[in-house]
Design a protein around this ligand. Structure first.
Ligand SMILES: Cc1cc2nc3c(=O)[nH]c(=O)nc-3n(C[C@H](O)[C@H](O)[C@H](O)COP(=O)(O)OP(=O)(O)OC[C@H]3O[C@@H](n4cnc5c(N)ncnc54)[C@H](O)[C@@H]3O)c2cc1C
Length: 332
């Protein structure tokens, strides 16, 4: 593989904006992501939810925001390497080589790590047949609301995601029941009130103990968490929203300063390794906010500092994009 100016590890919103900005600054770019599609958490975790805090968008569906970020982030034709997990970092004379788990060797002059919470996976209930019925009645997120059209749906969990899906799918599913193991919820008051005022039924103090159905789910056994009494609950879909596990995984072994899964950066978003920057959810500094609006700003700044590392004569300030003809990047 050829050596690029910058490799972006993680194709979420911050990585995509870094890709756009690096293209704007005339840099060659490679994006690596372990998922089969770009978009990060927006696409993988909450595509059907509305986001309200994007500048210029009074409200935007996460999947639409991801689509536009992908269009913007790929307009300078970065090399996109999907389903590859960045595994090993090797220092070279003029940069680094990133080795993926599958063995690809990707040379680069600089790196921007925008790996979010790392490779994430949903917490499972941990009962028999859960793997078998995954996608055939058991779901851990909603990629396509139409899957739940006319279904008798159970949503398991007491946090924001569980409550948000109850509200968002009320018009799609035939009947929704929220199942939670206790009477305390982590969700916002406002969401709890909305669900209480909706057609969603609540089964509080219940946990899912067994799954039924051959090729697809036909029902579950619920157990009262206090009395231990069991009952059959017929349903054809269950969304499990009991959290996500995340792990920075191999990046932890790259020699970076990492505290509590966060890569420490300086005011340039540069890590302790020269030419290696970190932005978005994965980075940490005094005053850090884990928001897209602030993360994309970090990405733009990191790209400009990476640019001056590659070319000490380059200006840090990129100029105004409104003064450029996009398609023929000028701000180099
Ligand atoms: C339910 C929910 C609702 C939210 N709502 C909002 C909101 O309204 N407004 C807001 O501002 N924020 C919101 N957020 C937070 C927001 O989604 C994150 O702040 C944002 O996604 C962080 O972007 P990122 O680019 O840093 O990382 P991510 O979006 O996490 O993307 C990181 C990417 O890196 C990849 N990756 C990780 N490790 C590797 C590796 N070793 N090799 C290759 N690829 C790797 C992952 O696969 C992933 O695609 C919400 C989050 C959740 C879960």
């Amino acid at each position: 593989m050829n050596q690029v100016d910058v490799t972006i590890v993680g194709g979420g919103p911050c990585g995509l904006f870094a890709s756009f900005y690096a293209g704007l600054r005339g840099m060659s770019v490679r994006i690596i992501d372990s998922l089969p599609e770009l978009g990060g958490q927006l696409a993988a975790l909450y595509p059907e939810k509305y986001v309200y805090d994007m500048p210029g968008f009074p409200k935007v569906l996460a999947k639409d925001l991801a689509k536009d970020l992908i269009a913007q982030g790929t307009q300078f034709n970065p090399e996109i390497v999907l389903e590859q997990t960045a595994n090993e970092l090797i220092k070279t004379e003029d940069g680094y080589i990133i080795k993926t788990v599958a063995g690809l060797e990707l040379p680069t002059k600089t790196i921007i790590i925008s790996a979010g919470a790392g490779a994430f996976s949903p917490t499972k209930i941990g009962i028999e047949r859960e793997e078998d019925l995954h996608g055939a009645g058991i779901y851990y997120g909603v990629r396509d609301k139409s899957v739940f059209q006319g279904k008798k749906l159970a949503v398991v969990g007491g946090g924001d995601s569980a409550f948000d899906w109850c509200i968002n799918l009320e018009d799609t599913a035939d009947q929704i029941t929220l199942i939670h193991r206790r009477d305390v919820f982590k969700a916002h008051e406002d969401s709890i009130e909305k669900v209480k005022d909706s057609s969603v039924e609540m089964k509080i103090w219940y946990a899912v103990k067994e799954l039924h159905g051959e090729d697809s789910l036909t029902g579950v056994t619920l157990e009262h968490t206090q009395t231990k009494e069991q009952e059959h609950f017929p349903c054809d879909a269950v969304i499990v929203n009991i959290g996500f596990k995340s792990n920075l995984g191999p990046i932890k072994d790259w020699g970076l300063n990492i505290v509590k899964n966060q890569i420490q950066v300086d005011g340039h978003y540069e890590t302790n390794l020269p030419g290696v920057f970190a932005v978005g959810d994965v980075c940490s500094f005094d005053g850090k906010l884990k928001l897209i609006a602030t993360g994309v700003g970090e990405a733009a700044t990191a790209v400009c500092f990476a640019k001056t590392r590659l070319d000490p004569d380059a200006k840090l300030f990129p100029g105004h994009s409104s003064d450029m003809e996009i398609g023929t990047p000028a701000a180099v």
